[in-house]
Design a protein around this ligand. Structure first.
Ligand SMILES: Cc1cc2nc3c(=O)[nH]c(=O)nc-3n(C[C@H](O)[C@H](O)[C@H](O)COP(=O)(O)OP(=O)(O)OC[C@H]3O[C@@H](n4cnc5c(N)ncnc54)[C@H](O)[C@@H]3O)c2cc1C
Length: 641
């Protein structure tokens, strides 16, 4: 009997020692503990979470992982407009139904278990290690029920008892009950043939009939688990705004809940939309990835009309954290497969894990996993606390309670951290899942390339992570824009932080603290150089202006044209800033738990030369390509020196 929680010491560290359960439980169980409460005590709550994860760890190891190659082979079938998962996947979901895990996140008063989102994130990593498709399809059960609940809370169609903080009524109670029971699931329908990363180009429309009811028309593609009933669809309801506004296209979008079908009492099914096909993909074979056409399909408006993009952003962070957790699952599977094989395979007088190059690869994989996990669960914790605090505050304010300024301050602090870490975690975890799966194949040699050992499946499955829920490049643009905007708002901070990190790098007593300060110094230098290069392209005299006065000098800049160097180097900057964030987080762990020091030691050893290299590239490469792109756009940059 295996167990994907119990065999993973690093993961258990987060569950048992690191996550700030006091703070998490404060927002997840706002009514507190006691005889008439959800849990008698905090300890009982933690024991319950631990038991659930242990149960899922055993289920993943014994019931899912051994079937992952069969799931891949069986795939999904499509006949007469209906997509059907393979028999083994259906059997796994029958078992999950019996385990009643679809209600993991759903509040207890609606029939769920009411666990924190962080417990779901840990479960996501555990299940994805066994098989990514199982995790993905699982996510479109409880995940969609939570999406409906969140939107309903946001629009005010869920009422809460402010004494107990329990939900008394909610607009989507029936759909949520169906999903918890394992009888339905849903999907997020965003992508269209001409609108992927560029959501402003979306063509699907929502319009009202003479009775004011909404009808949705359009084609959505690549929809995971799109053969389910409850589709959250984004469509245009308002005309595109002013053509010179880069965000004009995003403002006229609205969100709808569109049931793809209704099952009638006589056993027939009425379709409100049509599944055109399921995609033939290189990986994720056990997931139904559907192309769907809606033609005046009845939908329910979620929130206000025109708020679609804003509502989607509300849940984006969670979706991206989930992808980071699934990526960690693949990293862990790839690392263990490679490690165990290398320990057995003899070559030239010793097992291959004793050959320097293979040992180096394996150690780097293990170290990276620890780093990515620190970053991912930091996102998960901050996102959970800030999101729940916001919901609680909204409910209390609706009930007439005055705004608690201190609570707002704490909520914003967590929200800022979640916003800072999430795109980095999504970026790094998904890119590393591909890299580690590729390495596993290399370490397994010939058998890595054939199907039997499962290494090639890991790579095929991993390759979608840097594409969906916002591509790696889109994550990098977010990191770059947030970072540079922050500096431009308070340029003096950059100067003082550089001085401070220089001092710490020289004077701190602990060599690990000095190492972290060196990485911070490299990250700050990269930000400053990127701004200098960006500015130098715009104005001859900019270099002469002190950085603290740049804010005024930069008035009237066009981000699309003037930020070319920053856009070019956004991925490099993201890698460097992710290394910085990871080192800071591992340092916090090492300060409290000295047994974690070797992890930071190993991470720093690899991160420092990597960050120097990235800084060099950011500082010195790219001008030729930027000029070439400008020429292609027919621009002449008269102002460049
Ligand atoms: C298996 C699978 C499952 C999916 N599931 C879903 C789902 O459930 N629901 C859903 O709505 N969608 C889903 N998608 C779609 C996915 O979210 C999109 O494919 C993704 O957003 C990218 O859009 P695109 O394919 O149109 O690529 P494009 O947007 O055309 O991008 C192509 C390339 O250009 C880059 N690029 C684009 N714009 C910029 C820029 N400004 N700067 C730098 N680089 C840029 C991108 O990073 C990418 O490398 C799924 C896709 C796959 C493959």
């Amino acid at each position: 009997m295996g167990n994907f929680l119990k065999d993973n010491e690093d993961l258990q560290f987060y569950l048992n020692q690191w996550l700030d359960w006091d703070k998490i439980l404060e927002v997840v169980e706002p009514a507190g503990f006691g005889p008439n409460k959800g849990y008698a005590s905090k300890e009982e709550a933690l024991e319950t979470f631990s038991d659930i994860l242990e149960m899922l760890g055993g289920f993943a190891a014994d019931e899912i992982a051994p079937k992952s190659l069969i799931l891949d082979q069986e795939g999904v079938t499509f006949e007469n407009g209906t997509a059907t998962l393979g028999p083994t996947m259906n059997q796994i979901f029958d078992q999950m139904k019996e385990l009643e895990v679809h209600g993991l996140l759903i509040p207890r008063e609606l029939g769920g278990m009411g666990c924190p989102m962080v417990v779901y994130n840990l479960a996501a990593e555990i299940i994805a290690r066994a098989d990514v498709c199982t995790m993905t399809h699982f996510g479109f059960h409880g995940g969609i029920a939570m999406v409906l609940l969140m939107y309903s809370m946001h629009e005010g169609s869920t009422s809460v008892d402010t004494e107990t903080m329990e939900i008394t009524e909610t607009r989507f109670r029936d759909a949520i009950s169906e999903i918890i029971a394992g009888d339905a699931w849903g999907s997020m329908d965003i992508t269209e043939p001409d609108a992927g990363s560029d959501m402003a180009a979306m063509r699907s429309v929502g319009e009202q009939d003479e009775n004011g009811d909404w009808l949705v028309t359009g084609n959505k593609i690549f929809i995971t688990s799109g053969h389910g009933k409850y589709h959250v669809v984004i469509a245009r309801t308002e005309p595109v705004g002013a053509p010179d506004d880069p965000f004009a296209g995003l403002k006229g979008l609205s969100l709808f809940l569109v049931p793809l079908f209704e099952d009638e009492e006589d056993g027939t099914r009425t379709w409100h939309g049509q599944i055109d096909r399921i995609e033939e993909k290189m990986g994720h074979h056990a997931c139904a990835t559907c192309s769907i056409t809606y033609d005046r399909s009845p939908g329910l408006l979620l929130g206000e009309r025109g708020d679609g993009f804003k509502l989607m952003l509300m849940l984006m962070n969670n979706a991206r954290i989930s992808v980071a957790c699934e990526s960690l699952g693949i990293c862990e599977a790839a690392y263990r497969l490679a490690r165990d094989y290398a320990a057995e395979r003899p070559s030239m007088g010793k097992t291959i894990d004793r050959h320097e190059m293979i040992a180096d690869m394996l150690e780097e994989m293990e170290t990276d996993i620890c780093g990515i996990r620190a970053l991912t669960y930091a996102c998960a914790e901050h996102e959970e606390i800030s999101r729940r605090m916001k919901i609680l505050r909204a409910a209390q304010e609706r009930a007439g309670a005055p705004t608690d300024a201190e609570a707002v301050r704490v909520e914003r602090r967590h929200s800022r951290k979640s916003r800072r870490y999430t795109p980095m975690a999504k970026y790094l975890a998904s890119e590393k899942a591909c890299e580690m799966a590729r390495r596993a194949i290399q370490i397994l040699g010939g058998v890595g390339y054939i199907k039997e050992y499962g290494a090639e499946k890991l790579l095929r499955d991993a390759l979608v992570f840097p594409i969906y829920e916002g591509t790696s490049q889109i994550q990098a643009l977010m990191v770059m824009k947030d970072t540079l905007t922050r500096i431009l708002k308070r340029p003096a901070d950059l100067v003082s932080r550089r001085a401070q990190t220089r001092w710490t790098a020289m004077s701190a007593r602990d060599p690990l603290e000095r190492g972290v300060a060196r990485i911070q110094g490299l990250a700050l230098a990269a930000q400053q150089r990127l701004l200098m290069r960006t500015a130098a392209r715009k104005f001859k005299g900019m270099r002469a202006i002190p950085i603290t006065q740049w804010k005024d000098a930069m008035d009237g800049w066009d981000p699309k044209r003037d930020f070319a160097p920053a856009m070019l180097h956004a991925e490099r900057l993201t890698r460097l800033l992710a290394d910085e964030a990871i080192c800071e987080l591992l340092w916090k762990q090492a300060e409290k738990h000295p047994e974690r020091r070797p992890i930071l030691e190993r991470y720093l050893e690899r991160a420092e030369p990597r960050c120097r290299f990235l800084l060099d590239e950011i500082s010195n490469s790219g001008d030729r390509l930027i000029n070439q792109l400008r020429d292609l756009e027919g621009e002449s940059d008269q102002e460049v020196a």
